[in-house]
Ligand binder design. Structure first.
Ligand code: ZN
Length: 407
């Protein structure tokens, strides 16, 4: 087990206190990923003596972060005690802000849903949005008092977020530049608030996943195809941020400099070819951002288009196939630039994956720089896994756990 790479530009000298903190986080993460786990197993996995592990475990028990429970019986009839993450009476609120709707979920500290997800039409004005969110967060916490203490609010947004100030630098589809949301929401709710780009949060959720299916890869990319294109890149187990917090914004890398206008103001971005709106615009043969449009067009969704493609509507099939090809060409750029072990794809388009997969694969194979790279593993993440909301929940709780370098 290795810890995250230490950044030589920004490190603190490891005092006795910090190494204890690191061991605490490693212990918590081992319990999280292997629970139920006995003290003996924890000691073995940490490579520490039982006594040293007991000190850490006792601290964590005292703070209510883990609890001890019985499970099974050992061969000699002595009942061993197992460690579990304490998820009772602790909760987080996860918020997913999208262009049209904002989703809100109450979750336990491991990101598991505690109450039905709710949504409302997104208010574009940041101040009014923060006020509306605060009202709804307060209501869900009152209605679900049984969920216990709220440890914070995780918010994902379709834009780039400054890590130092938490300000939203640029959210093209929202029309936001240099927007403040975290402080007003924290002030209105009295809770700690964490904000992150939705693509990066999805990548975090995948690494953090209780299923742990990302545990075997340290280089992965999450691509969310929705109103816009969210991309999160993980290299060596760390989310790539870059100097100006815009690293990994493949949605705004051009497929063609003469292509359709993008929400960011440039022409031909990948997003302008494969977002849901781009696919629908292709189907209707008109730019759906231009208003007014007939009601039947305005209310038509990507799900409707997928249903028509399945029913054999040739125009719908053609619009989907074009999106599939552009999706694959952009994925080939990701493969060539990042060379990840695995790419996750989420978003509404996943419902049509069986229809588009071969076209996506063909386009990747056309541009990937080696035959092996063309075979890069792709896994789809379905909507009902709520990757963005899981990512939002992970923003609150994941920092308490060690993020072991996954190699
Ligand atoms: Zn763009």
């Amino acid at each position: 087990m290795r810890m995250r790479k230490i950044n030589p530009q920004n490190f603190r000298v490891a005092t006795r206190g910090t190494s204890r903190e690191i061991n605490r986080r490693i212990a918590l993460d081992l319990v999280r990923t292997h629970q139920p786990l006995s003290r003996a197993d924890l000691a073995r996995r940490m490579g520490l003596r039982r006594g040293a592990v007991s000190l850490i475990v006792n601290d964590l028990l005292e703070e209510g972060l883990i609890f001890e429970g019985m499970m099974g019986e050992s061969a000699r009839g002595r009942k061993p005690t197992f460690l579990y993450i304490e998820t009772r009476m602790r909760c987080v609120v996860a918020v997913d802000i999208r262009v049209t709707r904002t989703y809100l979920m109450l979750a336990d500290p491991l990101g598991r849903t505690l109450a039905a997800t709710t949504s409302f039409a997104t208010e574009r004005d940041p101040k009014r949005l923060a006020a509306e969110l605060a009202r709804r967060i307060e209501r869900v916490l009152i209605e679900h008092a049984e969920a216990g203490t709220c440890e914070g609010v995780g918010v994902v947004v379709p834009g780039m977020v400054d890590r130092a100030t938490s300000r939203i630098i640029h959210a093209p589809t929202m029309g936001w530049r240099d927007v403040e949301l975290r402080e007003s929401l924290a002030a209105a709710t009295g809770l700690p608030v964490f904000i992150e780009n939705s693509g990066k949060a999805c990548a975090l959720a995948q690494m953090w996943s209780a299923r742990g299916d990302a545990a075997e890869v340290s280089d992965l990319v999450f691509v969310s195809v929705s109103d816009g294109i969210g991309v999160g890149v993980v290299v060596n187990g760390e989310i790539l941020r870059g100097r100006h917090n815009i690293a990994g914004e493949f949605g705004h890398v051009p497929l063609s400099i003469d292509g359709p206008r993008c929400a960011c103001g440039a022409n031909g971005c990948w997003e302008a070819y494969i977002s849901n709106l781009a696919t629908l615009s292709r189907y209707f043969g008109r730019d759906l951002r231009e208003k007014p449009m007939p009601a039947e067009v305005a209310s038509f969704t990507i799900e409707d288009l997928i249903a028509r493609a399945r029913a054999g509507d040739a125009k719908a099939v053609a619009a989907m196939s074009a999106t599939a090809r552009y999706l694959g060409l952009g994925l080939a750029s990701i493969v060539n630039a990042v060379d990840p072990a695995r790419i996750y794809i989420g978003g509404e388009i996943i419902a049509a994956w069986d229809l588009i997969e071969s076209a996506v694969r063909t386009a990747i194979a056309e541009r990937a720089l080696s035959p092996d790279a063309a075979e890069t593993e792709i896994r789809t993440v379905s909507l009902d896994e709520w990757p963005r909301l899981r990512g939002a929940a992970a923003l609150v709780t994941a920092p308490a756990f060690a993020a072991p370098a996954v190699a």
